[in-house]
Structure formats: C-alpha cells, structure tokens
Design a protein around this ligand. Sequence first.
Ligand code: GDP
Ligand code: ADP
Ligand code: 5GP
Length: 208
Amino acid sequence: MAQQGTLYIISSPSGAGKSSLINALLTQHNAAGKMMVSVSHTTRAPRPGEVDGQHYHFVPVEQFKTLIGNGDFLEWAEVFGNYYGTSRAAIEASLAKGIDVFLDIDWQGARQIREQMATKSIFILPPSRSELERRLIGRGQDSAEVIAGRMAKATAEMVHYDEYDYVIINEDFEHALFQLRAILESQRLTLANQQLAQQDLLQQLLAE
Ligand code: GDP
Ligand code: ADP
Ligand code: 5GP
C-alpha cells in the first residue's frame, strides 16, 4: 500500500497569517510536489489580484447552492456573510496519491471535516489583538468596515483554538514557518507513515 497523504486543517482569525504561511510553505518547501492547498469555492467577490481557480473558485450564490445539493462539498460554512466550501473530489484524489493537502478553513468547517476524515489540525494565533488589526489594515485589501467586522469576529474564531491538535503563535514569520514545517516533518516520521514510505528499506534491513 502506498503512503496516504495527511490532511492538514489550518484555521485562525482573519489576518493572523494562514494564507502567508501556507503560501510560503508551498513556494519554498514543496520541491518534491508532495503538498497542495485545496482551492475553496466562495460566493464573496474577488479581492484585487485574486485569480479565479487559484485563490478561490468564485461562484454565484445559486451555483453554490446547487453544489451543496449535489453533495460536492466535504464541508461548507457561512463566514462573514459569504458562503465558503471545500470540494471533495480533488482532496480525496491527492491524499490517495500520498500528497499532503492543506485546508485554509474556519472552525465550523474544521469540525465537519474531523467527523469524516483523519486530520491534523493547526490553529494560528496572532501575538496580540493590536497586531492582528495592524495586519488586517496592512494587507490593504479590505475596507475599514470589513476590517472592523473581522476584528469583531476574531474572538469568536479564537475561542475554538482548543479544538486543534497544534497551536502556533505567528509573531516572527520565519519562526512560525519553521514550526509549521516541524509539525509536517514529525508527522512524516511516525511509525505508521515510515512503515509505508520505507517498505523496501525495511524489508532489506530485516531480511536474514
Ligand atoms: P500577498 O497578498 O501577495 O502579499 O500574499 P501574502 O500576504 O500571503 O504574502 C506573500 C509572501 O510574503 C509570503 O509568501 C511570505 O513568504 C511573505 N511574508 C508575508 N508576511 C511576512 C513577514 O512578516 N515576514 C516575512 N519574512 N515574510 C512575509
Ligand atoms: P489570513 O490568511 O490568516 O487572513 P494573511 O496571510 O493574509 O492572513 O496575513 C495578513 C497580513 O499579515 C498580510 O499582509 C501578511 O503579509 C501579514 N503577516 C503575516 N504574518 C506576519 C508576521 N509574522 N509578521 C508581520 N506580518 C505578517
Ligand atoms: P477570506 O475571505 O479572508 O479569504 O476567508 C474568510 C474565512 O473563510 C477564513 O476564516 C477562512 O479560513 C474561511 N474559509 C475559506 N475557505 C473556506 C472553506 O472552504 N470552508 C470553510 N468552512 N471556511 C473557509
């Protein structure tokens, strides 16, 4: 049996750095092509620079509801007044090929996925509320009204940190990225994963 990929769920309040961390991981540390990020569907409008099919699949509400009806989503949730969902097909195919898949989803989606599949989940916290607000403003992609809404919802997201397997404080970016990589490395070194990944070597070493 080939090694199955691990499904990682990453959540945080908006602006804590999930997208930046996942992006850095995949651009800097994915030479072997063993990781991918799942592209969600959303009904929110694209931000400047966001590309359909790359950052999200941007769809109208009616189409989103059709996808729900068809059972195409592993999970979906309403976040900040928009719908977001994770489609089932791409994830299952990648995991079966031994590729680790990252989901950048909120706590409601995380709960739905945990009920259905084995996961490792990671919560990213900001070093302070004031720094979280600075990052949302500094990102320069949301209106003052949207930023105020996201700050108001930050506590409602953060209270769920204790439902996750790992917690990273994203103060220094490089340090947080190192910690994320450490979680991945240790997961790949578990007995169960090494028994699958190193089958040939183990057979040779243990032969009489
Ligand atoms: P953008 O919307 O295109 O700016 O995308 P992101 O906000 O996700 O960040 C783009 C890249 O900037 C990421 O790949 C990170 O490596 C890098 N980055 C973001 N924040 C920091 C930071 O605080 N420190 C460092 N060293 N790099 C950062
Ligand atoms: P999220 O995906 O959680 O909403 P982003 O990854 O978009 O958050 O990060 C929000 C903003 O904060 C971005 O402008 C990003 O460059 C910045 N950022 C992320 N991590 C750090 C960090 N450790 N220090 C300073 N700025 C950061
Ligand atoms: P943003 O609009 O900043 O890209 O994302 C807003 C929130 O929606 C974030 O908390 C993000 O984790 C969450 N989100 C993005 N995609 C999905 C998804 O497919 N499912 C769920 N449940 N949440 C999502």
